[in-house]
Structures are given as structure tokens and as C-alpha cells.
Design a protein around this ligand. Structure first.
Ligand SMILES: *Cc1c(COP(=O)(O)O)cnc(C)c1O
Length: 496
């Protein structure tokens, strides 16, 4: 089997193994790691069709993680995708309203982040063992609400690691916050920041890039790594479920051999949709990538104009996991459509840093032709939840509703009848207030937790394990800091 090596999007001088890329998280030059050359799948869809989720995950991930032994990767996959997922399919497809909802939220924290973050700790531990790293690994994570809890859950009490999560104190749902501040595990640290997700992400990236600070941390026995989707170890596991969904449709004869499909992804940091794009590079027949945004519509503008411009107001919405203006993974996509041009990426990222915007070349704009960008506001999100519920009694969360509404817009504009998968990224239980008040009046005075019970009654189903008893769990974290105090907060935690 050919080895898969990695390099940064911003320089060409260094290629490293997958273990190194996973442990480091972010390139020394601030760039993101990408495969030097994308692997190929030798097996046909007919052969892959018979695999269960774990087998498929092993097969696909092995192509990227070529320096992991088979035993090591099997160990990672088998420990990640086990009973902690409440669906034995791991990522079931639900047909409703003429589309296929790919439910990615059956993991322990009820959002699609579990798909990658249940395996990342195993990958990271294996990689650090391979590399004989003796330092304790400190996972720095910025979260818009879902990554934080999924990463905490994944890394809690994992030997040789500590995890520090920064979340926007006023930017997440009540349930998201409660999930994080009740996290157990003596290696877990949760910090609310006075600022938004972009501030948190910027702070984390700065901590990574600060040579002095890293040296200081190194001297006391630590090194940083990342659980954000800037880590390639987050993206590789996400490629799997696009194949899984396609193969399921094929197995059920909902599509024919090599038939193209569309994918719709509610997008924030551009990680999930990039994983779909990578799936296409591996041979998955995807027709359109439909990138759905909320009122933070910077990606919509980018896809339509080729100009990425963050000079706009940051808006808090009811789909908070997508409240992002700087989508980090776009850099990996830009690298692809630039024809692997590091200089171009450096230029664009410099423009972004210095002027808050960049414009891609006409040649690069051609690379956007398979993408459709759309956005909708909160009102339309609520209407969409109600519409889907009234029509089919299928309850979707706010993020999935954004995706579905943008898909409907796309379909109305283009008449495209290609079969379509919608990435359903969170359980409605995570956003009970927005979801329940969308479908019925009279819930104004209910707490988010009362609404969990109401939702369970309404759907006549037990509430997911991840949310049971959450209300009564002890609050274990109450650290807060200002957005310019993140480094000192990290120091304080590690120097204890
Ligand atoms: C993180 C998240 C998103 C955005 O995914 P990206 O990979 O950052 O684009 C969408 N929906 C939910 C529920 C999320 O948690």
C-alpha cells in the first residue's frame, strides 16, 4: 500500500506522517495539514456495500493513516464506534420529505462532532506512542457549542492528556452549556470566554503559533494539540459517513450504480462539507455540494462572488454551531482549487489577516462550480422545523432545518432532481427551546429541560441517554476569562 504523507497548506518544505500531523494539529507556519496526494480506493462499491460502519471506517481511514498498523487502527475504530452510539448503524439514513437525512447525532453528545471526536483521542494516543512522545498532550479547543462537549467526552480521563475547552459564555444553548460545565474527568477544563466563537478560535490558534509560549509549556512537560477540525484527524473520520450513506442507498436500490447524489451540509467551520469534497476526491459520485448558512452568511457570499469578507456584524442565531465568520477549513479547499499553490494561500491568508478579506482569482472561481451557497434566517428556520414536523412528524434541529430550507431553495431555483442527502448534524434534543417553540405555542415559560420532557412526550420516544439527568448533574466548571486572557488562563491551569 502506498504511504500517505502530509504537508501544510502554506509551505512545501516539510512532509510528515499521519501520526505527526495528528499530534501537531496545526502546521508550524499556521497552515493546515493536507495529504500530499490523495489515496485511491481499490475496492468497488459492490465490495464496500457489504461492510458495516466499523469495517468501512477501517478501510477508508487506513488509506490516510498509513503509518498506523492494522492492529492499532482496528483498536481505534472498534473503541470509537461501539455502544456509546445509540444506533447500531452509527449513522442511520432516514427518508423524509423526499430526501435522505443522514443522522449523525446518535453519539454520546448528540451532535455530529461525535463521529470524529469519539475516535480522535484513540488516534492521538496511538500516534503519540508511535512517535515516543513523553510530554503530556494538552488539547486546546475552541467551540461554538458542540465540539467542546464531544471533545471533553472523548478525552475525559485519557492518560497522558489534558483538555481545555473555550466556549463563548453567551453564545451556546442552555443544554450545550450544561453538557460542558458538568463534564467529569480530572483532566478536563472548561472556560467560558467573554467573546464569540471566532474570538475563541483566534485565541487557540494564537496559542499554537506563539513560539515563546510553546517553549514555556514545553519546559513544564506539555505540548499542545488540537481537537478542532483544523486537525486532519478530525476530517478523515468524517469522510467515512458520506460513503456509508451512499452505499446504503445503493444497497437499498434507492440509487443505481454510480448515480450521482447531492449533499447538503449546514456549515460553520467548513469541516463537514470539506469531508464530503474529500469523499468525492476518493471517488464518491457527488453532483452538488450545497453549503447552507444562517445569517452569518460569509460563505454564501464567498461562493457567489469569490470574495471572502468578514467585515460584517457577527450575528447570534438559533443555529449557534454555525455562528462563525472565519471558516478555518476553507483554507484546505482554497488549496485544492488553487491547484496546490502555497504562495497563493499565503497571499490570501495574509490579506485576510491584514484586511479582513480576500478575493480569489478567476481560475480559482472555476473550482466553485460544484458548490451552491444559500442562507436563511431564524424565522425561516423555525418555519421549516414546523413544516417538516407537520408534514411527516419528523423532528429536525435548527441546523438541519437550515440545511433543508437551503436545499428547498436550491431545488426551486434549479429544478435539480438529483437524489439528495442532508447532513443532519444535531439532535433536536440539543436545541429544545428553538425546536419546541417552532412547532407549538405556549412553551414560553418552560425551561430548556422541561422542554426535553415535552419533546420526549411529543415524539413518544425515550429521550437520548446523553441528555437524561443532565439537569440534576453537579456543575463542576465555572472558569471564565476575557478573550485576551486565554494564554494566561492556559498557563494557570497547567502550572497548578
Ligand atoms: C459544528 C456544527 C456544524 C458546522 O460544521 P462545520 O464542520 O464546522 O462546518 C453544523 N451543525 C452542528 C450541529 C454542529 O455542531
Amino acid at each position: 500500500m502506498k504511504s500517505c504523507f502530509y504537508k501544510s497548506t502554506r509551505s512545501n518544505d516539510l512532509t510528515i506522517t499521519s501520526s505527526e500531523a495528528i499530534v501537531k494539529g496545526l502546521g508550524h507556519d499556521g497552515g493546515l495539514y493536507i495529504p500530499v496526494k490523495f489515496p485511491r480506493l481499490e475496492k468497488t462499491f459492490d465490495e464496500l456495500k457489504c461492510m458495516n460502519y466499523r469495517e468501512l471506517a477501517f478501510y477508508i481511514m487506513k488509506k490516510f493513516l498509513t503509518d498506523f498498523s492494522e492492529e492499532e487502527l482496528l483498536y481505534c475504530v472498534n473503541n470509537a464506534y461501539d455502544e456509546k452510539f445509540e444506533s447500531k448503524d452509527i449513522a442511520p439514513l432516514v427518508e423524509s420529505e423526499g430526501v435522505h437525512f443522514l443522522e449523525l447525532f446518535h453519539g454520546p453528545t448528540l451532535a455530529f462532532k461525535d463521529m470524529a471526536l469519539s475516535i480522535l483521542p484513540y488516534l492521538l494516543k496511538t500516534a503519540s506512542k508511535r512517535l515516543n512522545i513523553e510530554k503530556e498532550i494538552v488539547i486546546l479547543t475552541a467551540t461554538s457549542g458542540d465540539t467542546g462537549k464531544a471533545a471533553l467526552e472523548g478525552f475525559a480521563d485519557v492518560d497522558g492528556t489534558k483538555i481545555i475547552v473555550f466556549f463563548p459564555e453567551d453564545g451556546v444553548s442552555q443544554i450545550q452549556k450544561r453538557q460542558m460545565v458538568t463534564q467529569r474527568g480530572k483532566n478536563t477544563f472548561v472556560v467560558g470566554i467573554e467573546g464569540n466563537f471566532d474570538d475563541a478560535q483566534r485565541g487557540v490558534k494564537e496559542a499554537f503559533a506563539d513560539i515563546e509560549f510553546n517553549k514555556e509549556i514545553n519546559d513544564i512537560g506539555y505540548m499542545f494539540s488540537s481537537a478542532n477540525s483544523i486537525n486532519i484527524g478530525r476530517l478523515v473520520p468524517q469522510i467515512v459517513y458520506y460513503f456509508y450513506a451512499y452505499l446504503n442507498l445503493l444497497g437499498e436500490e434507492k440509487i443505481s450504480q454510480d448515480e450521482k447524489i447531492n449533499v447538503v451540509v449546514p456549515t460553520g467551520n467548513f469541516g463537514n462539507i470539506l469531508a464530503a469534497y474529500y469523499a468525492k476526491k476518493l471517488g464518491l459520485p457527488i453532483n452538488k455540494f450545497i453549503c447552507a448558512s444562517n445569517n452569518n452568511n460569509v460563505l454564501y457570499d464567498f461562493i457567489n462572488t469569490g470574495v471572502y469578507d468578514i467585515a460584517r456584524e457577527f450575528k447570534k442565531t438559533i443555529s449557534p454551531s454555525m455562528d462563525i465568520l472565519i471558516s478555518s477549513n476553507l483554507e484546505r479547499f482554497l488549496y485544492e482549487i488553487s491547484g496546490n499553490d502555497e504562495n497563493m494561500i499565503n497571499g490570501l491568508m495574509k490579506d485576510l489577516k491584514e484586511n479582513g478579506k480576500y478575493e480569489i482569482s478567476n481560475k480559482m472561481k472555476e473550482g466553485l462550480k460544484d458548490f451552491y451557497g444559500g442562507y436563511i434566517d431564524d424565522k425561516k428556520t423555525c418555519e421549516t422545523i414546523k413544516e417538516v414536523y407537520d408534514s411527516s412528524k419528523y423532528l429536525i434541529d435548527t441546523h438541519t432545518a437550515v440545511a433543508y430550507a437551503v436545499y428547498k431553495k436550491y431545488k426551486a431555483e434549479t429544478g435539480d432532481k438529483t437524489k439528495t442527502i442532508i447532513a443532519s448534524t444535531a439532535s433536536p434534543y440539543k436545541f429544545t427551546r428553538s425546536v419546541m417553540t417552532s412547532i407549538k405555542e405556549g412553551f414560553e415559560n418552560y425551561s430548556d429541560f422541561d422542554l426535553v420532557r415535552e419533546m420526549s412526550k411529543l415524539t413518544n420516544k425515550d429521550m437520548p441517554i446523553g441528555i437524561r439527568d443532565l439537569e440534576n448533574k453537579e456543575i463542576l466548571h465555572n472558569r471564565k476569562c476575557k478573550k485576551d486572557e486565554m494564554k494566561s488562563t492556559i498557563s494557570n491551569i497547567l502550572n497548578k
